[in-house]
Design a protein around this ligand. Structure first.
Ligand SMILES: CC(C)(COP(=O)(O)OP(=O)(O)OC[C@H]1O[C@@H](n2cnc3c(N)ncnc32)[C@H](O)[C@@H]1OP(=O)(O)O)[C@@H](O)C(=O)NCCC(=O)NCCS
Length: 155
């Protein structure tokens, strides 16, 4: 499948909303109307596009619209020369999986990381996900950190 990997633009709100809603994984998204999802994503894009510490790349198909996206946040650390890139979301439309699109989105992130003098990327991949079971990230050179525990606190 031929897609273009490019930075998201404000006009992508509806396409991203459609893609995200079709994945069906997220309580927040499933609990809101389509127009609420579009509005929320439009607000996100407005903030994101104005702030160089975030990147959002989309995979755009010439006739099928947006079929994937990846979000990265560039986090500065006092003890590192360049920022760390935290990949918070990577999704490919179910019908377009296994065709190289997720790999192309990750490649784009790596290129951007190099351009930003970033020497470390990080992400969380739940162990029950198919992507973890099929070692998607390991196949792209990522290493699981056996000594690191992942914590969250819901506010
Ligand atoms: C994981 C994901 C981003 C990979 O993108 P993709 O375009 O399907 O992957 P590619 O075609 O570039 O690479 C193929 C590899 O992706 C993984 N993959 C392919 N189809 C997949 C699917 N339906 N579900 C999960 N992983 C899949 C496998 O590791 C595959 O390698 P393999 O065939 O040797 O097992 C995509 O499948 C997806 O969005 N899955 C659901 C959401 C998800 O798990 N996101 C990551 C959470 S951090």
């Amino acid at each position: 499948m031929h897609v273009t990997i490019r930075a998201a633009v404000q006009n992508d709100a509806a396409g991203l909303a459609q893609l995200l809603r079709s994945i069906g994984w997220f309580k927040q998204v499933q609990g809101e109307s389509e127009s609420e999802t579009i509005e929320r994503i439009a607000n996100y894009l407005a903030t994101d596009l104005a702030d160089a510490s975030h990147s959002l790349f989309v995979a755009a198909h010439p006739t099928q619209g947006l079929v994937g996206y990846v979000a990265v946040h560039w986090l500065p650390y006092l003890f590192m020369a360049g920022p760390e890139g935290f990949v918070s979301e990577l999704f490919v439309d179910e019908a377009a999986r296994g065709l190289g699109i997720g790999s192309s989105l990750l490649e784009k992130v790596e290129l951007e990381a190099k351009a930003r003098n970033c020497n470390r990327l990080q992400l969380i991949n739940f162990r029950h996900r198919e992507s973890y079971e099929r070692k998607f990230y390991e196949k792209h050179g990522w290493e699981e950190r056996p000594l690191a525990a992942s914590f969250t606190k819901h506010i």
